[in-house]
Ligand binder design. Structure first.
Ligand code: GLN
Length: 227
């Protein structure tokens, strides 16, 4: 069995659980809702759900999970969605005074709520090469999503692989950060990346009925670490 943990302090953890239960390999998976360091210690991989990254970080701190999570990241695959993606970033902007704890793991800078208040939520069809049936678009659900501001080449070890971008014609104008005029190649259009065994998506695959991203995480990030 592969033990997949889902950080279950706050946010959409039940939806991730439902998505994993739909995978064809689900009989080989044990799903663990992680609330303590002891729960975490039994996991082969972890998903950090969407929700509110400041709240998740605070609850992780209060539960004594921050350091165990950082250690876990050095050894095992982790996937963060939306708020979870923020926690996996190396640096974050748009956080209120005092900042927030991050776990790191992926060499990017993100802006919280980067699309601004006018476009708090939107959906966009994403064409993603690595997924099963790549010609069928994946509906990206963005809810007060973070925006990628920068990838950091100096710390690219292993390299960052871009998995999905927003189509240029569907990219909302981001409001909470400086304009970037690199056209379709600017980091703001990047909505999913993988770096080594870790992955982040700024949208919520767990809020759709489509579990291809869950399958992708298990296949490309988790299974290779178990061989
Ligand atoms: N805006 C939230 C945050 O900053 C993320 C939103 C989400 O996960 N849907 O943590």
């Amino acid at each position: 069995n592969i033990n997949i943990g889902i950080l279950a302090l706050q946010g959409a953890f039940a939806e991730h659980q439902a998505a994993l239960q739909k995978l064809s390999c689900q009989k080989k998976l044990a799903i663990i809702l992680v609330r303590t360091a002891e729960d975490l210690s039994t996991c082969d991989a972890l998903i950090i759900p969407g929700g509110e990254s400041t709240t998740i970080a605070l609850l992780a701190k209060l539960s004594g999970l921050l350091e165990p999570l950082r250690t876990f990241l050095q050894q095992k695959p982790v996937w963060g969605t939306c708020a979870g993606a923020i926690l996996l970033a190396q640096a974050v902007e748009n956080t209120k005074k005092g900042g927030q704890e991050l776990l790191g793991g992926i060499s990017v800078t993100v802006a919280r709520n980067g699309w601004g208040s006018q476009v708090e939520s939107f959906e966009a069809p994403l064409l993603v090469d690595g997924l099963r049936d790549p010609k069928i678009s994946f509906t990206g659900v963005f809810i007060r999503a973070p925006v990628l501001l920068a990838l950091h080449p100096s710390t690219w070890n292993p390299p960052i692989e871009i998995i999905a971008r927003l189509p240029p014609d569907l990219m909302p104008k981001s409001q909470n950060m400086p304009a970037c005029d690199d056209g379709p190649h600017d980091p703001q259009s990047i909505v999913a990346v993988r770096q080594g065994r870790h992955m982040l998506t700024t949208f919520h695959p767990e809020l759709t009925k489509d579990s291809r991203f869950h399958e992708y995480f298990v296949r490309t990030c988790v299974l290779p670490t178990l061989l």
